[in-house]
Ligand binder design. Structure first.
Ligand code: HEC
Length: 231
């Protein structure tokens, strides 16, 4: 397999198809056996490795388009292409390229116009637990959740959590609520590539997964001293 890493696709599939106890049954993949058979015919042992385009075509043939989950999710942005290439070659991104990609991601972050970063941690808790939204079976316009628990430990009382991302338990208690911390956290959630070009976390604001109000609520979940995360 030539493409080892399709950051957004990988994230999208983790996010929307499985890996979290709070998630509903995901979409899916159509029966791939036909495509696999046809690939095996086209690439018998010893044949030249399939090209990237052929692999992408196979991936696309393996999923069905739906109004809420279109196959254009498999089209990579230049950043994703660069990260795929870095992963495949095993060589880290060129430093200049990496810094440029991170700076562009950070410049894309929209901070709240009213200067208020924290909403309601109770609503934030529900958003962090909700893995619906943008899934194959969702209706267009359904409100999406953040599915944060798929990758993070957050409230330590919730034992069903993934570990792709670091634990966020005690986040506000450990870091405080100074302006740099609050802005950093906002930017991380809005566009995670701002600090690590090839981060695996979805771009909740940039990609329009969560609204500004929802991001305020998950910010409160992490930073509000009253939040169970900080008890
Ligand atoms: C698909 C997995 C995934 C999901 C879903 C996810 N994250 Fe992350 N998150 C990560 C990873 C991986 C990192 C570490 C980033 C890196 O590699 O630089 C991270 C980092 C973070 C950080 C920075 C932590 C630090 O120590 O500075 C915060 C804050 C954060 N995530 C919040 C959230 C919130 C809030 C949600 C839900 C709205 C969420 N994440 C959903 C994978 C995820």
């Amino acid at each position: 397999m030539k493409i080892k890493f399709l950051p957004f696709a990988a994230v999208a599939f983790v996010l929307f198809t499985g890996g979290c106890a709070t998630m509903q049954p995901g979409p899916t993949a159509v029966d791939t056996s036909r495509e696999v058979e046809s690939l095996a015919r086209r690439f018998p042992p010893g044949a030249k490795a399939p090209t990237d385009a052929e692999i992408v075509a196979l991936l696309k043939a393996s999923f069905k388009d739906s109004p809420s989950a279109k196959l254009d999710r498999l089209d990579q942005t230049p950043l994703q292409m660069a990260c795929t290439e870095a992963s495949r070659s095993g060589k880290p991104l060129d430093e200049k390229l990496r810094d440029g990609l991170q700076a562009a991601a950070l410049a894309s972050v929209k901070y709240p116009a009213d200067g208020k970063y924290l909403g309601d941690w109770k609503r934030g808790k529900a958003i962090a637990q909700n893995g619906r939204g943008l899934q194959y079976t969702d209706k267009v316009g359904d409100v999406a959740g953040g599915n944060c628990y798929a990758c993070h430990q957050i409230d330590k009382k919730e034992i069903a959590h993934g570990n792709i991302g670091p634990s966020l338990t005690g986040y506000g208690k450990l870091r405080g609520q100074t302006e740099p911390i609050v802005k950093y956290t906002w930017a991380r959630i809005w566009n995670s590539h701002s600090f690590n070009a090839c981060a695996n976390m979805p771009r909740f604001g940039d990609a329009g997964i969560l609204t500004e109000a929802q991001i305020k609520d998950v910010m409160a979940l992490l930073l509000d001293p009253e939040s169970p995360v900080n008890q």
